[in-house]
Ligand binder design. Structure first.
Ligand code: NAP
Length: 488
């Protein structure tokens, strides 16, 4: 790729075919689909639209490569991941522009995602060298216990559009490290970043068949033959709880190992003793990262009544100053939402809250330009029955409700079927620990508005999912434990 990427250069460089068994090929029958720029609503290019037969071929390739890949020395697997970590850094300009074109976020945010995505390759390049087992004398002193950890086998990964690169590397990294082969299906709105990632891994020496990518419009139709195939051993999905539930049901037939990273409804708690400026900084990160289109996005703000006005005013001033526009333009903070449906949903939730008594302090409208823009919005006096407090917004809207006591704050925070992440702002150490222990979420940002970290276990409880990505826990999702009883 050129050193000064242009829209044209990145779009012409990215592969647009399926990647199966180390070959780039058209979909059977040659069907393609359009990838759209959400800032303009215009088509960017077309990519292959896989059939169920192509999906089977991708799984065939993963199955054929499995034994050889599992036998590849960990040093080699580690080195491929480390080369890919470096390559993502070297190609960040091109890959960020490509991501912005198909997904909408500002180029600076796309670069942030790429840096985060690359960290999973760095982390798991280390983990590849630390796969272990153990040997011990059993209690009776006579026999021995030998425990080995082996790759689970061929995996199927389904990823969403909101973090088109990082949601892939969080699965691909540990699978490569553990010695698993895989088929990946990115979201149809953002296939280009995944195709570009496959090219990077190919150039970094990943052998044919280890990673296979199918792009498709008929997600269910291409996924079913893979999930129903007894040769598949693991399904890892990032996306909505609704689709996740269907996939868990489908996976039960083969008793697949499953990892599910699903939706969220993150509470952001600000206690009376909090550093309000720090809380506002944290809120900007937790709310506005990815325009609010993140599973970790602060969905609702519960603020102690004594500081609610100060917090609301300061947050509204910061949100109102953000520059909205096409993510490729200089100085833009907030890009468009992914599509008209998402824009419509955000508008509907704001209307519902206002109808029930909430007040708009800033924003509250769709953008006037073409594309799917929505103004950064702060709502105060949001009543408990407003849908915006219980449904995942996935947009730049910050609803603020108040509380009087710690117990009330905890009860409000846990009043949801989701349990991915929560944020807590307080300077009181005792309160911090008590609240952290009481919150029903897999992750907590304590006095910070971001939790994502390749070296930490990312994941949720309740209907936000099962399994963890990253950290020491991340590799375990790709390993089976085998115990050998030794009679010596
Ligand atoms: P989605 O509609 O569930 O789609 C996610 C992926 O599933 C896409 O690749 C989609 O393909 C595919 N899919 C949809 N129906 C399917 C089916 N019947 N069989 C197989 N695959 C199917 O979610 P989204 O709107 O892309 O992403 C937003 C959601 O992801 C939010 O709820 C967010 O919270 C969640 N998320 C969670 C995490 C986490 O780590 N917990 C991270 C990021 C996002 P198509 O593109 O073809 O529909």
């Amino acid at each position: 790729m050129s050193s000064e990427p242009t829209e044209q250069s990145v779009l012409s460089a990215v592969p647009k075919q399926l990647y199966i068994g180390g070959e780039w090929r058209d979909a059977t029958g040659g069907a393609t689909f359009e990838v759209e720029d959400p800032a303009t609503g215009k088509a960017l290019c077309e990519v292959a639209d896989a059939t169920a037969g192509d999906a089977r071929a991708a799984l065939d390739a993963a199955v054929a490569a499995q034994a050889g890949w599992a036998a590849t020395p960990p040093n080699e697997r580690s080195e491929i991941l480390h080369r890919a970590f470096l390559a993502l850094g070297e190609q960040a300009e091109e890959l960020a522009l490509l991501m912005t074109l198909e997904m909408g976020k500002a180029v600076s945010e796309s670069k942030g995602e790429l840096a985060y995505a690359a960290e999973f390759f760095r982390w798991f390049s280390g983990e590849a060298l630390r796969l272990d087992g153990y040997y011990k004398t059993s209690g009776n002193g006579a026999s021995r216990v030998l425990v080995m950890r082996q790759p689970v086998g061929p995996c199927y990964f389904i990823t969403p559009w909101n973090f088109p690169n990082a949601m892939g590397t969080r699965k691909i990294g540990p699978a490569i490290a553990a010695g698993c082969t895989m088929v990946v299906k990115p979201a149809q709105q953002t296939p280009l970043s995944m195709l570009a990632l496959a090219k990077v891994l190919e150039e970094c020496g990943l052998p044919p068949g280890v990673l296979n990518v199918i792009t498709a419009t008929r997600s269910g139709e291409v996924s079913s033959p893979i999930i129903e195939d007894p040769r598949l051993r693991k399904l890892s999905f990032t996306g909505s709880t609704e689709v996740g539930k269907k996939l868990i049901a489908q996976a039960s037939d083969q008793v697949l190992k499953v990892s599910m990273e699903l939706g969220g409804n993150a509470p952001f708690l600000v206690f009376a003793d909090a550093d309000i400026d720090a809380a506002v900084d944290g809120a900007m990160l937790a709310k506005m990262r990815n325009m609010g289109e993140a599973c970790t996005s602060a969905n609702r703000f519960h603020v102690h009544e004594s500081v609610a006005k100060e917090f609301g005013d300061k947050l509204a001033a910061r949100m109102g100053a953000l520059k909205v526009g096409r993510g490729t333009d200089a100085g833009i903070d907030v890009g468009p939402l992914i599509d008209a449906a998402q824009q419509g949903k955000v508008a509907e939730l704001v209307t519902d809250a206002v109808t029930k008594g909430a007040t708009v302090v800033t924003g509250g409208k769709k953008g006037e330009d073409r594309g799917y823009f929505y103004e950064p919005t702060v709502l105060v006096d949001v009543p408990h029955d407003a849908r915006v407090l219980s449904e995942e917004i996935f947009g730049p809207v910050a609803p603020i409700a108040t509380f009087k006591t710690d117990a009330e704050a905890i009860e409000a925070a846990n009043r949801t079927e989701y349990g991915l992440v929560s944020y807590v702002f307080t300077k009181d150490l005792t309160r911090a620990f008590k609240v952290c222990e009481a919150l029903e979420t897999g992750m907590i940002g304590l006095n910070q508005g971001i939790v994502s970290n390749a070296g930490a276990p990312f994941g949720g409880v309740k209907q936000s999912g099962t399994g963890r990505e990253g950290g020491n826990e991340g590799i375990a999702e790709y390993l089976e434990t085998k115990y050998v009883a030794l009679n010596i």
